[in-house]
Ligand binder design. Structure first.
Ligand code: ATP
Ligand code: MG
Length: 1025
């Protein structure tokens, strides 16, 4: 019987995690019945609703009962616990399996969204898989008199398109197990261990074993578990002897890799696309789902790409085939996960359209039994007929009887095979059970270290006991007195544990990395209960001391994040306890902090891989734009970048976070391949070739690098005052990269420099008039970039106003103090108010670009640039939408106050002019033309005086601005102990005092000058009248 079944889709929203709570995240997801709405956090008008078969609210309204179970706060509350999810999804799958249908359950969602929580569960909060097994065996037991059931369990992982048998007892097959195809069976994994099971504790134990294999494989191969897919396959065979029907069903339970892996490949412009294999399964799954959704919508689809990846081959029947399929899409409700959550919902919506055709299955084995039984019936019938007809020949009868016996033996063999398998599995199980019991007993007697993994599901799986005596810890596993640990950066003999008189110490051996509670150690260190150890690049363990030292503390808070935050804190990157979670925490800073903590272990691993593969490449995390600001002096958005330095030539690249993450995966691939080849058991794929550069994730073509910026403020131009400056070029993190000598020279249209007489008192005089000036880049001094490596060069880039493309100076090479001697003439033909505002509030950001041997120099693109025939650049008006400076810091307030003073002064000036004007009128009315000459002579002299004071004022303002910049850069040093903080505060107060004194001085000088000018003017006016 054919049935058309749509894939059933459920969504589930988990609680905020610690990171989201700390960041003060907002919940952007709401649910009504089975519909879910997600709101764009940047635009609250923009929301999208989706409707699914089930929607589970597991975000709020729950409490933990005494057994550790998460349950609704009040009976009938909206919180969906593990039980209610199982009621809907698990029971349906079980029902289907018992009816003889294939069934599949897929968990899809971004990393950390709760896939494993829903599928496997944590501690007492058991997920769908264990609950399903429990119920399955209950059902089997409950119907023993009507049917005979056989359950087989297998567990595998698909990592990088390789199938790893998680229950395998032997060593790992290099290159993974093969996926084969058979007409009848479809795709299957050849040689996969299939274990017969009789009870749910047996299944749970197998799952524990599988998780352990997954954990060790992940650390040994330096593989990230969130990139792998985990598949549990339950095969159920049922024999209904009365009805002589047999049914067989396969239940696939799939915990997919984090969905962001699928998206990240396309989003980042990297020379190297993400590893061919890394995302292949997830991407192909997406393509298959899309094609099948199109089929369901009636579109013509020529090809469904099942065969493109291992996962889709194995799930072929689950998708558009013979299976009843359920997908649970898990979401984070936090605003910071909006993009990922929306993408998950869209994916789930497509999956909802897929139509399958499930049938009740008959397996070949059962058919064989049936056929044999039928043949026996026929044989018996013939025998009786021969007997009745009386012409039985002894030969024929003998032959028939032999056939009958043979068939019966075969039937019995098939039936006893199951029992034999079961016996074997039972023996195996007992052995495993004994091991686990022994481990549990040891845990109650001895100290040990417990693995902590990035994937919470794999944490606490490995326990390494430190019995009395001295123990070598490292890669070596030959010595009986050793504890074997494999992983990146772990040496043959890495460190020594000593357990003497119930004191446990750890002594790092020379050249090995050991970190205890965030701090690198090289001496013997006594370990305390719950100390955090990081061995090698990133093998993280929690130390559990003797039971007498263990108080009933909660160890779960020492998760992977805790280890990494502690390490970052020790390196000076931390958020004060008070700021975490408080309303004042700047969300962008929090994001930087979490990125840093996330990337730090990856960077350690990348460095280790580079070292082991002899790449000579070094990775370092940096905060981009930590001290840099835009043309208005506003802080630029900060982000974590990775500085990559290679080889003796010291080539440098700066990679974005996304690019680094992508490259890190590719490095892992290269590294794993290298290990496979080195282990020698993979003779077939052994290649000693050096990786060609265009495929090498540790390499990139060299490019110009932004070393730092300097600000040249344009204010003086509004008064046509020339400006000569020595600017400090600051690197991203506040280092001094160079000193730049520059000038801003007001000139006329033909480039002739203007004199003091052309200085303006009121910039509005420029309105609608032409303004010409030259930007002169004279010299660069003390170039750190070139001091480091002589073969390098630099260029300066700058852009004015709305210019979309920057202009660059010609490149200068090999010189620490190169002369630039670069002059550019700019002109505004009709100066507008907006341009004046721009000049008075903005700076030209001069970018220092570093060139490296072999890289292409930067060229000014003149496309879209307006120029006169004489080569004068015409500047456009400033962007009207540009918001006003929005810095609210105290210091900026002072600058703003200063600007107000300036405005006031302008008003005084305007009223003076008015007064002057009326005085002149009075004069001319009262006296004859001869005295008019005198009055003309007065104005320029007063105005010139005023202009001169303004010039002095602006020049002193430049130094005030420099002081302000210094203040903004001034931060406490990394070792912020109390003393350090006190020193910092004292320094800061001194700087502030200096700053305010300078500011006061500037303003009061200007005020005095203006007052003197006003007084003189009045006196002169008085004299004349
Ligand atoms: N419904 C829920 N209720 C309570 N806690 C949850 C829930 N869902 C997830 N969590 C918690 O969130 C964390 C991450 O969940 P989980 O390990 O299931 O993520 P995942 O999607 O499997 O991630 P990965 O792709 O890295 O494997 C775990 O600590 C888990 O306990
Ligand atoms: Mg998981």
């Amino acid at each position: 019987m054919h049935n058309k079944d749509c894939v059933k889709v459920a969504v589930r929203v988990r609680p905020f995690n610690k990171r989201e709570r700390d960041a003060g995240s907002r919940c952007i997801v709401s649910m009504v019945l089975s519909s879910i709405t997600i709101q764009d956090p940047r635009d609250c008008q923009n929301s999208r609703s989706f409707c699914f078969d089930y929607a589970y609210w597991s975000h709020s309204g729950f409490t933990q009962d005494c057994g550790g179970l998460y349950v609704p706060e009040e009976p009938g509350g909206r919180y969906a616990d593990q039980d209610s999810v199982f009621q809907d999804l698990g029971e349906g799958i079980l029902e289907n399996a018992l009816q003889g249908y294939n069934a599949t359950l897929l968990a899809y969602g971004q990393t950390g969204s709760g896939k494993s929580y829903s599928m496997l569960g944590y501690g007492p909060n058991k997920g769908l898989v264990p609950k399903l097994c429990e119920r399955l065996f209950q059902a089997v037991k409950g119907s023993q008199d009507t049917r005979q059931c056989q359950v087989f369990f297998s567990m595998l992982e698909i990592y990088n398109e390789q199938v790893v048998d998680l229950l395998s007892r032997g060593s790992r097959t290099p290159g993974g197990l093969r996926v084969r195809e058979e007409q009848q069976r479809g795709f299957y994994v050849e040689g996969l261990r299939i274990v017969p099971c009789e009870s749910s504790p047996q299944v749970e134990q197998l799952m524990e074993q599988g998780t352990r294999t997954r954990t060790t494989a992940a650390t040994h191969m330096n593989a990230n578990s969130s990139r792998s897919h985990m598949l549990i396959i339950l095969q159920l065979q049922q024999i209904f002897s009365k009805e002589s029907i047999t049914k067989q069903s396969n239940v696939n339970l799939v915990d997919l890799a984090g969905s962001e892996r699928q998206r990240s490949s396309g989003s980042e412009a990297d020379r190297l696309k993400e590893g061919t294999a890394i995302n292949l399964s997830l991407t192909t799954l997406g393509n298959v789902i899309s094609s099948l959704a199109d089929v369901a919508m009636g579109k013509k689809v020529v090809h469904i790409p099942y065969r493109d990846s291992v996962l889709t081959k194995l799930l072929q029947s689950a998708l558009g085939g013979n299976s009843r399929t359920v997908m649970i899409a898990t979401l984070s409700p936090a605003d910071i996960c909006y993009e990922e959550s929306l993408s998950t919902l869209r994916y789930a919506e497509r999956a909802k359209r897929i139509q399958n055709r499930a049938v009740v299955n008959e397996s070949p084995t059962e058919r064989l039994v049936k056929e044999l039984k039928a043949e026996n019936d026929r044989l018996l019938h013939r025998l009786t007929r021969l007997g009745q007809e009386g012409h039985r020949t002894s030969n024929e009868t003998k032959e028939l009887r032999q056939l009958l016996t043979h068939n019966e033996l075969q039937i019995r063999a098939i039936q006893t095979l199951w029992e034999q398998h079961l016996q074997e599995a039972l023996k195996d199980w007992e052995q495993q059970y004994a091991n686990i019991t022994q481990e549990r007993r040891k845990m109650q007697m001895h100290p040990y270290i417990l693995n902590i993994n990035e994937d919470a599901q794999l944490s606490g799986v490995v326990k390494l006991f430190i019995l009395e005596g001295e123990w070598d810890v490292g890669m070596c596993d030959s010595s009986p007195k050793s504890i074997s640990i494999k992983g990146l950066g772990i040496q043959e003999r890495h460190a020594v544990f000593r357990n003497e008189q119930r004191r446990i110490t750890l002594t790092p051996l020379p050249g090995s990395k050991v970190i205890v509670n965030g701090v690198s150690v090289s001496q013997t260190t006594e370990l305390q209960h719950l100390d955090r150890l990081i061995l090698g690049s990133n093998c993280t363990y929690l130390f559990i001391s003797y039971p007498s030292e263990r108080s009933g503390d909660d160890w779960s808070r020492y998760d992977y994040d805790y280890f990494q935050s502690e390490l970052a804190a020790a390196q000076g990157i931390h958020l004060g306890e008070s700021s975490v979670g408080s309303d004042q925490t700047d969300p962008s800073l929090l994001a930087i902090f979490y990125d840093y903590v996330k990337l730090m272990p990856m960077m350690a691993e990348a460095n280790q891989m580079s070292q082991e593969l002899n790449k000579g490449v070094e990775f370092k995390l940096e905060i981009k734009n930590l001290t840099l600001s835009d043309s208005k002096g506003r802080d630029l958005e900060k982000e974590i970048v990775v500085r990559v330095t290679a080889g003796a030539k010291k080539q440098v690249w700066v990679w974005s976070k996304a690019k680094f993450v992508n490259r890190k995966f590719l490095m892992e691939e290269v590294y794993q391949q290298h290990h496979l080849e080195r282990s020698g058991d993979n003779v077939l794929t052994r290649t000693d070739e050096v990786l060609p550069r265009d495929r090498d994730p540790f390499w990139d073509p060299v490019e110009p690098l932004l070393l730092g910026t300097a600000h040249l403020w344009l204010q003086s131009l509004a008064f046509r005052i020339p400006l000569e400056e020595q600017l400090e070029v600051l690197g991203s993190e506040g280092t001094e990269e160079a000193i730049l000598q520059v000038q801003l020279v007001p000139c006329n249209a033909s480039g002739l420099v203007l004199g003091e007489d052309d200085i303006l008192i009121d910039p509005s005089e420029l309105l609608d008039r032409r303004l010409d000036f030259q930007l002169v880049l004279e010299q660069c001094c003390g170039l750190r970039w070139i001091r480091e490596v002589r073969s390098r060069g630099v260029q300066i880039g700058f852009r004015l106003l709305d210019c979309s493309q920057p202009l660059y100076t010609p490149a200068v090479w090999h010189n620490v103090n190169p002369l630039l001697d670069h002059k550019v003439h700019f002109a505004s033909l009709h100066t507008s108010q907006r341009l004046l505002d721009y000049l008075q509030s903005s700076a030209v950001v001069l970018e220092l670009w570093g060139l490296q041997e072999g890289c292409t120099e930067l060229e000014s693109s003149l496309e879209g640039v307006r120029m006169t025939a004489e080569g004068v650049f015409i500047i456009e008006e400033a962007d009207p939408t540009d918001p006003a400076a929005a810095d609210s810091s105290e210091l900026c307030c002072s600058v703003r106050a200063l600007q107000q003073d300036l405005e006031e002064m302008k008003n005084i000036n305007a009223s003076l002019r008015k007064e002057n004007h009326s005085l002149r009128e009075q004069l001319s009315a009262a006296r004859n033309g001869g005295e008019g000459v005198r009055s003309r002579a007065v104005r320029p002299s007063c105005d010139a005086e005023f202009a001169r004071s303004l010039k002095v004022f602006y020049q002193s303002m430049t130094s005030v601005r420099g002081q302000l910049q210094r203040l903004r850069r001034h931060r406490p040093s990394d070792d912020t102990n109390l003393l350090g903080l006190r020193l910092f505060v004292t320094e800061q107060s001194c700087l502030l005092k200096d700053f305010s004194e300078q500011l006061e001085q500037c303003v009061s000088t200007l005020k005095q000058d203006v007052a003197a000018i006003v007084r003189r003017k009045r006196e002169q006016a008085g004299n004349w009248s």
